[in-house]
Design a protein around this ligand. Sequence first.
Ligand code: PMP
Length: 365
Amino acid sequence: MTVTSNRAYNFNAGPSALPLEVLQKAQAELVDFKETGMSVMELSHRSATFEAVHNEAIARLRKLYDIPENYEVLFLQGGASLQFTMIPMNFLAQDQKASYIQTGAWSEKAFKEAKFFGTPVEAASTKANNYKNIPTVEEIQVEQNAAYVHLTSNNTIFGTQWKTFPTTGDVPLIADMSSDILSKKVDISNFAMIYAGAQKNLGPSGVTVVIIRKDFLEKANPNIPTMLKYDTHVANNSLYNTPPTFGIYMLGEVLKWVEEQGGVDTIEKRNEEKAKLIYDAIDQSNGFYYGHATEDSRSLMNITFRVADEALEKKFLAEAKEAGFVGLNGHRSVGGCRASAYNSVPVETCQALADFMVKFQQDNQ
Ligand code: PMP
């Protein structure tokens, strides 16, 4: 049995669409993985078969994302939200400051956790502008001797994305890339650490990817609980305790799919093309639709927009749902509409939404 029909136009913000080919492959090998007579879920995480899955996923990510040798790649649990805590727990001493660039709700959550350990300081914030934009380089003020600078590369809720990252000199730069990891080429060497929950661009929920520079790891506080220490997971190749084995297997398959598509360059071009289809529908609507983000800060991953007439907006969302579009309601804190067009969302799905938007406008103007 294969699942080919009835696939939704899935614009969920996360967990979100996965490539159909990956789902079908997982389905085909679900009950007998590599002639073991077991599902990958039933294998011991200490078995050679699972270790190969695990190590291949790490190697694939290293190659695809061009991760230099002096970085560790970890698969952790607890989501990006636990990283909000682990980062200051490991790297921010009580008498130290860390600079946080505030570009949305997730940045705020990261900031809040840092207060339990040391002193987070706002390096810039676009909150006064309802997080419609990313701050300019001139607006960013990094604390002298800050333990690190933290930023959110893509703001899932507000639909903004950094186009170029700030250079922070000797101060280590940490990025939450939960909603745009592997969506475009990034110079990893600009960062001391990158982290992301897998459930948007990399696979199902349950795995958190951490990419961390070895010399930065040396600065970590050794006197913290075992499971919350990066060193524990580095020393054990992320197999200190039972990992989310099925999630790691799926992540590996998604990475294989990215390779088959032609790698990150191809994915990046496709993401630009996909987002353009929807932004064009907004920009060419003469104000019938309008975007939340300022143009220079627009996200290629989360396209946030409103229908100018509020009653029509309700109608738009209801009719879109009826037409098979899923996940278009904006986050409850922003309202309006949001189309999340992560790596695995096909061009055709974005084209269908753009066509629907144009048609809806024609029918309701
Ligand atoms: N950071 C960003 C940018 C996110 O979009 C999310 C989840 N939507 C999180 C952090 C929290 O991730 P998790 O649910 O994996 O803890």
